[in-house]
Design a protein around this ligand. Structure first.
Ligand SMILES: NC(=O)c1ccc[n+]([C@@H]2O[C@H](COP(=O)([O-])OP(=O)(O)OC[C@H]3O[C@@H](n4cnc5c(N)ncnc54)[C@H](OP(=O)(O)O)[C@@H]3O)[C@@H](O)[C@H]2O)c1
Length: 312
């Protein structure tokens, strides 16, 4: 089968011809129709996720496809079922940038569930990691209608869901966006935008809005996170999804600061998928690429507008 994999930790991801995997007891074989790209894919290639791994290590955690074979002891899935989710499991290496993958029926580190009737594979593959993260992070912040929220990194995979989910809760969203994404992110619900290419986001927001009730920071710079957290009113919350909140800030008794860790993925996946299936959120897909284009997409530069999906 065709797959995108690395031969060793730190190697450059490349398309390879590999034997299709076989399902062991408790596993299902899935023929993938689509996958989507997340920053964690490049992180896994570089060895940043401390989990056991097998080589060649097929990359990709999000996917959607059809169960073609089930191993012994599989009770809840059968050949022919359409499934999607975060195919994250130990050992790493059975990823979704491939024609086939094997996954445990109940992934130890991810989440798998049926695709709702009528949901396209692209959409089902785009949702899992980014959607679960946005929903879980907003739940953790406990915002009320009428409060204000700065979302830094709003135009990327997690951000496009966070903007919509927060807006639906009556929260006033201030979104970072390049000028050419301004209208688009407002159409997704942002009440205001700041162009982070023209200066320091915290300074721009302080000037235009003053303090905010909360910050959801999806960018990966500790100093930037600290500056954004300083915008938060006493009693508010600042969450780092890229896990860059330092010890001093985490100890703050002025505001609630946290590094976001996802919990109860099956529940999050079911809820975010239900939001999309009911049309309460849209699933912005910036582009659809072929498997052969995945290595380039993993090195993606600036200019994110939602999700990149892989048609397999
Ligand atoms: N803790 C968890 O469980 C968890 C789960 C999922 C993701 N994550 C992490 O969350 C982060 C976001 O993931 P993602 O999928 O949304 O990534 P993404 O699709 O690459 O989006 C990143 C966004 O940040 C924007 N950005 C970059 N620099 C910025 C700056 N200085 N100020 C404001 N915005 C800036 C980018 O805009 P441009 O492209 O226009 O520059 C892009 O919109 C990643 O670090 C990822 O590893 C953590």
């Amino acid at each position: 089968m065709r797959a995108v994999a690395v031969g060793a930790t730190g190697a450059t991801p490349e398309p390879m011809d590999l034997p299709a995997p076989r399902p062991a007891a408790g596993e299902v074989l899935v023929e993938l129709a689509a996958a989507s790209v997340n920053p964690i894919d490049a992180g896994i290639a570089e060895g940043r996720l401390p989990m056991p791994r097998v080589f060649p290590l097929v990359l990709g955690v999000d996917g959607a496809g059809r169960v073609t074979e089930v191993g012994e002891e599989v009770r809840g899935l059968a050949a022919g079922d359409l499934v999607h989710g975060q195919f994250l499991r130990a050992p790493l290496g059975h990823g979704t940038f491939a024609q086939y993958t094997v996954v445990t029926e109940t992934p130890d580190s991810g989440a798998l569930q049926p695709i709702p009737d009528g949901m396209p594979a692209d959409v089902a593959a785009a949702l899992p990691t980014a959607g679960m993260t946005a929903l879980g992070a907003l739940d953790a912040m406990g915002l009320r209608s009428g409060q204000s929220l700065l979302i830094a990194g709003a135009t990327g995979g997690v951000g496009v869901f966070a903007v919509q989910l927060a807006t639906a809760r009556g929260v006033e969203v201030i979104a970072t966006a390049r000028p050419d994404a301004d209208r688009w992110i407002r159409d997704l619900g942002a009440a205001a935008t700041v162009d982070y290419t023209t200066g320091d986001v915290a300074a721009l927001v302080r000037r235009s809005h003053g303090a905010v009730d909360a910050v959801l920071d999806l960018t990966d710079d500790p100093a930037r996170f600290a500056a954004n957290a300083a915008l938060v009113r006493d009693g508010g919350a600042a969450v780092s999804v890229a896990l860059v909140a330092g010890e001093d800030l985490l100890a703050s008794d002025r505001i609630a600061v946290s590094n976001f860790m996802m919990r109860d993925k099956p529940d999050l996946l079911a809820r975010i998928t239900a939001e999309a299936a009911a049309g309460r959120i849209s699933v912005p897909i910036q582009r659809a690429i072929a498997l052969s284009e995945v290595p380039g997409a993993l090195r993606r530069g600036a200019g994110a507008r939602g999700k990149t999906v892989v048609r397999i």
